[in-house]
Design a protein around this ligand. Structure first.
Ligand code: GTP
Ligand code: MG
Length: 181
């Protein structure tokens, strides 16, 4: 979590929702990270109030050998650099969302735990998944601390995705309050 000082962004000059509301108080950077094809780009697209920035490239035949499309057969593109979006929450909190690539060779990017960043886990439920795991099984597999939030979400749904982000923000407020200004 980090604060920024600027109160405007120029992602879409002239666009109606580019400028932050006057109520914006706490600007927070959030990294949306995780393995290949779990729905990171979809989530940012679902929640962003500005036109999101995506860096999608078509999946090539060469990548089929390393990027596992099991469960996401319709997926035709992958993030090659970064996603970016923004969402204003009640209470003057503004989240800047940065999405990472998920391919195995970018794995270092999503190992945020080692760097000490506070994090929450959202599992994007695919109704047609061949196997379903309970939250308890997922917690155990990920070896999560009891205080680490874990929520189910459907990355295609705005409300569901916002709820997942709210769980992280609440966790930050409870356990990592911002330094006094
Ligand atoms: N059935 C189903 N499909 C989903 C769901 N969430 C995302 N998808 C689809 O799954 C695919 C993967 O989504 P992306 O958002 O590209 O995944 P990503 O994590 O950004 O992928 P990389 O950037 O390649 O790591 C897309 O085709 C989405 O439409 C879901 O909840 N259910
Ligand atoms: Mg992506």
């Amino acid at each position: 979590m980090a604060s920024a000082t600027s109160n405007t962004v120029d992602a879409e000059p002239g666009g109606a929702d580019v400028h932050l509301p006057d109520t914006a108080r706490d600007l927070v950077k959030i990294l949306i990270t995780g393995p290949f094809g779990v729905g990171k780009t979809t989530l940012i697209r679902s929640v962003s109030e500005i036109r999101p920035l995506h860096t999608e490239e078509r999946l090539s035949e060469a990548s089929a050998r390393v990027d596992d499309l099991a469960g996401v057969r319709d997926k035709s593109t992958t993030t090659v650099a970064i996603d970016f979006g923004r969402i204003s929450l009640p209470g003057g909190i503004v989240l800047y969302l940065f999405g990472t690539p998920g391919q195995e060779r970018f794995r270092a990017l999503w190992e945020v735990e080692e760097s000490g960043l506070p994090y929450a886990v959202a599992f994007n439920t695919f109704p047609d998944a061949p196997r379903h795991h309970t939250p308890e099984q997922l917690r155990a597999a990920l070896d999560l601390e009891p205080t680490t939030p874990m929520v189910a979400c459907d990355a295609r749904e705005t409300n569901s995705s916002v709820d997942a982000l709210l769980a992280l923000v609440q966790h930050l407020i409870d356990h990592h309050p911002p330094e006094p200004r």
